[in-house]
Design a protein around this ligand. Structure first.
Ligand code: IPE
Ligand code: IPE
Ligand code: MG
Length: 261
């Protein structure tokens, strides 16, 4: 079990241990170039390759990418179809390389909505890479934060019906889709919108949020470094005061210590 940001103080590192990204702006990237929206998705896949590589190089342990939300079914059927085919082609082409590079692949979301061939590719990719630990790459597909909370609550209620009425956070967490990962330290959204769009609602409780105007297909290692630099400058207080943080670093004595003198 990983430490919970609401029940204990997670360790803060200079490089985020878990980075979660809403990859947004593919359509606008394409429109800017008078290309069809799907050309932006195609180019977005290149950015995924770049950021996976850059994440490994920087020692990030968990990278979570929002690829398709539970609300994205509302898009024109041709675009949805293109995204499904792109996902399948990417799995067919990339899983071997991910495996060679020590990447564990996980896909979270309501997979039941996908066609059997895609589900099969996902399962095979997950099984092949299950033992890898260099980087855990999670693709959120047909994922929604509310879906995740509801499936976890239902799972918990079925597993421990006798405890209904007194469930705790710790009871729920093992049932969340990403229970294998610590909470994200840094969240990035590209494309200029400043919203969560039903991404990891539970897990973002104490995450540092970073928004950039850069469209996802243009997001590169330098853009990632700018986000990490911003993250480094944050003071992660988790409810405490600045003075307490300084004192726990040994700079300022705590009130308790001052009282003793
Ligand atoms: C993000 O880019 C990719 C997906 C949601 C699949 P968009 O397709 O949302 O791009 P914009 O926001 O329309 O520019
Ligand atoms: C969020 O992007 C989902 C993904 C990146 C997969 P959207 O572009 O769908 O978000 P909204 O609907 O504009 O908030
Ligand atoms: Mg968008």
């Amino acid at each position: 079990m990983f430490s919970s940001s609401t029940r204990s103080i997670p360790e803060t590192r200079s490089v985020p241990r878990h980075l979660a990204i809403i990859m947004d702006g593919n359509g606008r990237w394409a429109k800017q170039r008078f290309l069809p929206r799907v050309a932006g998705h195609q180019q977005g896949l290149e950015a995924v390759r770049r950021i996976v590589r850059a994440s490994i190089e920087r020692g990030i342990e968990y990278l979570t990418l929002f690829a398709f939300s539970s609300e994205n079914w509302r898009r024109p059927p041709e675009e949805v179809g293109f995204l499904m085919n792109l996902f399948m082609a990417a799995l067919e082409r990339e899983v071997g390389k991910l495996h060679q590079n020590g990447v564990r692949l996980r896909v979270v979301g309501d997979l039941a909505a996908f066609e059997p061939r895609l589900i099969d590719l996902i399962r095979r990719g997950e099984n092949l890479t299950a033992e890898n630990r260099k980087l855990t790459l999670t693709i959120a597909a047909n994922y929604g934060g509310r879906w995740d909370l509801m499936q976890a609550m239902n799972g918990l209620a079925l597993a421990y019906p006798e405890k209904a009425g007194s469930y705790t956070e710790a009871d729920l967490e093992p049932f969340l889709a990403m229970s294998y990962a610590p909470e994200p330290d840094l969240f990035i959204r590209t494309g200029g919108e400043q919203r969560i769009s039903n991404f990891l609602l539970w897990q973002l409780a104490y995450c540092e949020l970073y928004f950039t105007e850069t469209f996802w297909p243009d997001f590169d290692a330098a853009a990632l470094d700018a986000a990490i630099e911003s993250y480094r400058r944050r003071e992660r207080r988790f409810g405490r005061t600045s003075e307490q943080l300084a004192s726990s670093a040994g700079i300022v004595p705590s009130v308790a210590e001052l009282m003793k003198k």
